[in-house]
Design a protein around this ligand. Structure first.
Ligand code: ADP
Ligand code: MG
Length: 715
C-alpha cells in the first residue's frame, strides 16, 4: 500500500538499517511514530565555564576544540571507550564515551573530528585524579552564533531499546531534515487551530524536537495535548451522536405510580436526589437515548433514584435491566428493590434476578417474560447481556458501581434488544470521578452529580494515628471495647492475610512487616481490653459459606469485632458498625480508604475511623493520609487523589507502553484544554457529522479507533 501521509513513511526509507531495526523492536515503525517520541525533558546549556575553573561534581557547559580522539579497549575485556581530548587552547580535558562495541561509538567518532569546536555539557567527574566528562551532550558550533546555540534547549529522549537519547535525537534529526511540512496532515482543522492558538502539526513537531526556546516546546506540548484531547473528544462525540440517532422508547414523566412510590418511601428524597430524578425523568420521556453518568458517594442513595427511573419506564409498559458488578450485589439489589417497592402492593412491578446461579428452569421462565414484553425489572450481572437472552421491550439499562464500564461494554447492553432499537442508559458510580477523567473516559455521557448525603447521617470523624505511639494504639483498642460494650460493631482492616501473604509495600523497604489479619486477630483475642469479645476473621480466602456465617455473626453482634482485608470494601452494609480501624493505612489508595470508611457511619450513630499508619511515611503517603482525614466528601477526595497520583497511574496501566496512549495530555493538568477540545469537537460534528470536509481528522480517528479509543473503552 502506498503511504497516505508523509508521517506513514516507514523509517527504513529514512534511517540506517540498524537504527530502524532497534526502533522497530520498540514499535516505532514510521516517521510519525518516531516524531511522537516525546523528549523526557530538555537540557539547557549552562553559562559557559572556562576549562581552567572546572570542579568535580559540577554540571558544566564548555566550549572546546577536539584535540584528538582514540578508541581504547576496556581493561576488563568487555566493551570499548572513546577517549576524546578537548582543549580551549591552553588547558586539556578528556571526554569519555563507553559502549559495548566500537560500532556503537563510530557515529560519535565521526562527528568529533579534531580541529572542530563543540559545546559540551555534562557533569565533571574524576578518573585517576584527572577531571573528565562522561558521555557529555555536545553540539557542533562551527560558524554559528554560540550564544544562540547555547540558548537552545536540548531535548533528552527516553532511552529506547539499546538506543540512547543521543541516538534518538540523531534519528529524529535525520527524519526532520527530510520532512516536507506541506505534506504533514493536520488533524485539527485550521479554524480550530487558530481559535485555540496552536500551530500546524508540522510546526509543533519541529518545536518539540528542535526548540529555539523553552516557549517553543511548551507551546508544542500544549498543542499536541490539545490534538490528543480533540481526537478523543471527536471520537466520543461521534459515538454519542451515533447512539443518539437510534430512537429509544419514550416513557412519560410525572406518572401517578412514581408519585405514589415517592410518597410511600420511609424517607424524603434529598434535593440532589430530586434533581437527578427530574433530569433522568425528562430524558426518559423523550426518544433520544439517555446516556447519563450518575455520580454520588457511597450511601448517597443512588439505588432509589434508579428505581424511580425504572418505575417510570414500567409504568409506560416497558422493561428495565439493572446490571450489578457481582452476583452478591445483584442479589442485594434485588432484595432492596423489592423492599422499597413493597408499599406499592400489587402495583409493584416484577423484579427478577438473573445470574449464573439461576436454575435453568427459572432462567427459561425469566427469558420467556423478557421476550414477551411484560413490564418487569431484571437484575443481573454483565453476563446477563452476553447471553442470548433478549428483551422484547427494553427501555432502560442501569449499570451500577462500574467505573470500569466503558463504551464497548455499554454497546453490548444496547444489543440486548431484539430489534436493535435505542435504549436509555444510566451508569452509576460510587467512586466519584474527577471531572477531567469523567470527560475523557465517560466523555460521551451527560454527568449528573449527587452531592451530600441523606439527612440524619453523621459524618465519620477521621483520625490519623502513628502506630509507633503506644498510647494511641492502646486508646484505639480501648475505644473498640467501648463501642462493643454499647452494642456496636468494629472493623479492623489489615493489608495482609497472614505472614506469608506478600503484598507490595508501598512505603519503605525493610521496615516492620505489614499488619496481617491472622496476627492482628490473634493479638486482639489476647488483648485484656477485649477479653470475652468474639472476634472473626474475613479474607478473600475465607470459603463462601463461612463468609456468610461470619457476616451474619458480625451483623447480629455475636462476633462484634471483625478483622478483615479489603474484602469488606464494597457491598457490606451493617448499620451498627461505628468504628473502622485501618492498620498500615499508608498502604491503601485514597479511593480505597474512602470506601473503607464508608462501611461505618451508616446510621445516625456517631462513627469514627482511625487510620493507623507507620511512623516513617513518604511525602506522598503523608499527603494522601492528610487528604483522607481532611474531608469525607468523595468528590473532593477524587480531585485530591488525581493531584497526588502520578500521571501514569491515573488512567490505569493498560494504556501505558502502547504506541497510542496519551503522551501529551494530562488529565491532572489539562482540564481547560479537555473542556475546550470537547466544545470544539461537538461544534465541529454538529456542522459536519460525517467529517466529509475533514478527511485528515476522519483518517486519524479511524486509526485511533483501534488504539486510543480502545483503551478508553477498556478503562
Ligand atoms: P448508594 O448511593 O451507595 O448506592 P444506596 O442507594 O444503597 O446508596 O442508599 C443507602 C441507604 O440510604 C439505603 O438504605 C437507602 O434506602 C437510604 N436512603 C436513600 N435515600 C435516602 C434519603 N433521601 N433519606 C434517607 N435515607 C435514604
Ligand atoms: Mg449502590
Amino acid at each position: 500500500m502506498y503511504p497516505v501521509s508523509t508521517l506513514d513513511v516507514p523509517l527504513s526509507l529514512r534511517l540506517p538499517k540498524k537504527i530502524t531495526k532497534v526502533l522497530h523492536n520498540a514499535d516505532i515503525v514510521t516517521v510519525g511514530d518516531l516524531l511522537m517520541v516525546a523528549p523526557r525533558r530538555y537540557y539547557h546549556w549552562g553559562r559557559l565555564t572556562p576549562l581552567s575553573s572546572l570542579r568535580e561534581g559540577e554540571d558544566v557547559t564548555i566550549l572546546a576544540e577536539v584535540a584528538g580522539a582514540h578508541l581504547v579497549a576496556n581493561r576488563s575485556g568487555s566493551g570499548v571507550r572513546l577517549e576524546v581530548s578537548l582543549t580551549d587552547g591552553v588547558q586539556y580535558l578528556s571526554a569519555t564515551f563507553f559502549a559495548k562495541s566500537q560500532f556503537k561509538l563510530a557515529p560519535i567518532e565521526r562527528l568529533l573530528v579534531p580541529g572542530q569546536s563543540f559545546l559540551f555539557a555534562g557533569k565533571v567527574g574524576a578518573y585517576r585524579g584527572k577531571l573528565q566528562l562522561t558521555h557529555p551532550s555536545f553540539e557542533g558550533v562551527d560558524g554559528e552564533d554560540i550564544e544562540r546555540i547555547a540558548s537552545r534547549p536540548i531535548p533528552i529522549y527516553p532511552v529506547t531499546g539499546t538506543l540512547t537519547s543521543w541516538a534518538i535525537a540523531r534519528a529524529v534529526g535525520m527524519v526532520l531534515d527530510h520532512l516536507d511540512d506541506s505534506d504533514v496532515p493536520d488533524t485539527v482543522p485550521a479554524v480550530i487551530r487558530e481559535r485555540q492558538r496552536i500551530g500546524t502539526y508540522a510546526q509543533c513537531l519541529r518545536r518539540l524536537h528542535r526548540p529555539e526556546s523553552d516557549e517553543d516546546y511548551q507551546q508544542a506540548r500544549r498543542a499536541l495535548a490539545f490534538t490528543e484531547a480533540f481526537v478523543l473528544q471527536v471520537g466520543l462525540a461521534a459515538q454519542r451522536r451515533g447512539v443518539r440517532s437510534i430512537p429509544a422508547l419514550a416513557s412519560p414523566a410525572d406518572v401517578p405510580l412514581v408519585d405514589r412510590f415517592i410518597q410511600g418511601l420511609p424517607f424524603t428524597l434529598t434535593d440532589t436526589q430530586r434533581g437527578a430524578v427530574d433530569q433522568i425523568g425528562a430524558d426518559l420521556a423523550g426518544e433520544v437515548p439517555m446516556q447519563r453518568l450518575l455520580q454520588g458517594d457511597v450511601g448517597s442513595g443512588k439505588t432509589v433514584v434508579a428505581l424511580i427511573a425504572f418505575l417510570q419506564v414500567v409504568a409506560a409498559g416497558h422493561q428495565g435491566a439493572f446490571v450489578a458488578p457481582t452476583e452478591v450485589l445483584a442479589e442485594q439489589h434485588t432484595a432492596s428493590l423489592r423492599a422499597l417497592l413493597a408499599p406499592l402492593g400489587d402495583d409493584a412491578p416484577d423484579v427478577r434476578l438473573l445470574t449464573g446461579s439461576t436454575t435453568p428452569a427459572a432462567r427459561r421462565e425469566i427469558a420467556q417474560a423478557m421476550a414477551t414484553s411484560a413490564p418487569l425489572i431484571v437484575v443481573g450481572t454483565h453476563a446477563l447481556f452476553q447471553e442470548s437472552v433478549r428483551f422484547a421491550d427494553l427501555a432502560l439499562v442501569v449499570v451500577d458501581e462500574q467505573h470500569r464500564f466503558g463504551v464497548e461494554q455499554r454497546a453490548s447492553l444496547r444489543g440486548a434488544r431484539e430489534d436493535g432499537r435505542g435504549v436509555h442508559e444510566l451508569v452509576m458510580t460510587a467512586t466519584p470521578i474527577p471531572r477531567t477523567i469523567a470527560m475523557t473516559v465517560f466523555g460521551d455521557l451527560d454527568d449528573t452529580r449527587m452531592g451530600g448525603m441523606p439527612a440524619g447521617r453523621t459524618p465519620v470523624a477521621t483520625y490519623l494515628a502513628d502506630a509507633a505511639n503506644a498510647a494511641w494504639v492502646e486508646r484505639t483498642w480501648a475505644r473498640a471495647a467501648e463501642e462493643i460494650v454499647q452494642g456496636r460493631r468494629v472493623y479492623v482492616v489489615c493489608p495482609r492475610i497472614d505472614a506469608s501473604d506478600e503484598v507490595a509495600d508501598a512505603e519503605e523497604e525493610g521496615a516492620r512487616p505489614l499488619a496481617s489479619v491472622e496476627q492482628v486477630a490473634a493479638y486482639l483475642r489476647s488483648h485484656p481490653a477485649l477479653a470475652g469479645v468474639a472476634i472473626h476473621e474475613l479474607t478473600g480466602r475465607t470459603p463462601s459459606a463461612l463468609k456468610v456465617q461470619i457476616m451474619e455473626d458480625f451483623s447480629a453482634g455475636r462476633a462484634p469485632l471483625l478483622v478483615a482485608t479489603t474484602v469488606i470494601e464494597v457491598g457490606v452494609d451493617v448499620s451498627e458498625a461505628t468504628l473502622m480501624v485501618i492498620l498500615d493505612a499508608q498502604q491503601f489508595g485514597l479511593a480505597q480508604l474512602h470506601q473503607l470508611r464508608g462501611r461505618v457511619g451508616r446510621s445516625s450513630l456517631p462513627s469514627l475511623c482511625i487510620a493507623m499508619h507507620r511512623h516513617e511515611l513518604t511525602d506522598a503517603g503523608r499527603a494522601r493520609l492528610q487528604a483522607f482525614a481532611s474531608t469525607t466528601d468523595g468528590f473532593e477526595l477524587a480531585e485530591a487523589d488525581l493531584r497526588l497520583r502520578k500521571e501514569g497511574d491515573v488512567l490505569g496501566a493498560g494504556q501505558s507502553g502502547t504506541a497510542t496512549h496519551l503522551r501529551f495530555l494530562s488529565v491532572r493538568r489539562d482540564e481547560a484544554l479537555i473542556r475546550a477540545a470537547k466544545d470544539e469537537a461537538e461544534a465541529l460534528l454538529a456542522e459536519d457529522p460525517t467529517l466529509r470536509s475533514h478527511p485528515d481528522l476522519a483518517r486519524t480517528l479511524r486509526q485511533a479507533s483501534d488504539g486510543q479509543l480502545e483503551w478508553m473503552q477498556r478503562s
